[in-house]
Design a protein. Structure first.
Length: 172
């Protein structure tokens, strides 16, 4: 075998090896990606039950219910983006800054019964902070325009009672 031929086969083997490594790395990353979804997006096109997503919005005032299953606290509350509301079920202790009418991001997946089962709940860290994804969802829903100042207090929204937000989520 000539020297040029050996060098060509070595280059081909290196390209195939690097391509395989890149393909394996990208497939590992794609299975771990968590998409952000607003409640209206979840209602319109629910994610697959095995897909982990981040659900962001405002906690609906009057929707927080606390139960106990044995020693484990179970928290059930509604999250809205002003257009639709999704019921979230979280087993565990909520963050200290979790409140009704505040922005929240829940990490989890959709249950077969249509509720969102959260494995983690993230609350804002002060009164001026809002997750970027939640702010974008509020802008898209028409509930907030940044040129008019900070995001609205959730208590001032039209659909901020549990009954009203569920009706908004069921509307076409």
């Amino acid at each position: 075998m000539k020297r040029k031929t050996r060098r060509l086969w070595l280059v081909i083997a290196c390209v195939v090896g690097l391509g395989s490594a890149a393909a394996l790395t990208l497939s590992a990353f794609s299975s771990n990606i968590q998409l952000f979804m607003a409640p209206s997006q979840v209602k319109a096109q629910p994610p697959a039950a095995d897909r982990t997503v981040r659900l962001g919005g405002m906690v609906v005032a009057g929707s927080v219910r606390r139960e106990r299953h044995g020693e484990t606290p179970v928290n059930i509350f509604d999250v809205t983006d002003g257009q639709a509301a999704v019921t979230v079920r979280f087993e565990g202790i909520l963050p200290d800054l979790f409140r009704e009418g505040q922005s929240v991001v829940a990490v989890g997946s959709m249950a077969p019964d249509g509720t969102f089962t959260a494995s983690e709940v993230l609350a804002k860290h002060d009164e001026t902070y809002m997750p970027k994804e939640v702010a974008e969802a509020l802008q898209k829903s028409g509930k907030w325009d940044p040129k008019f100042g900070p995001p609205p207090n959730a208590a001032s929204w039209n659909a901020m009672t549990s009954k009203d937000s569920k009706a908004a989520g069921q509307a076409p």
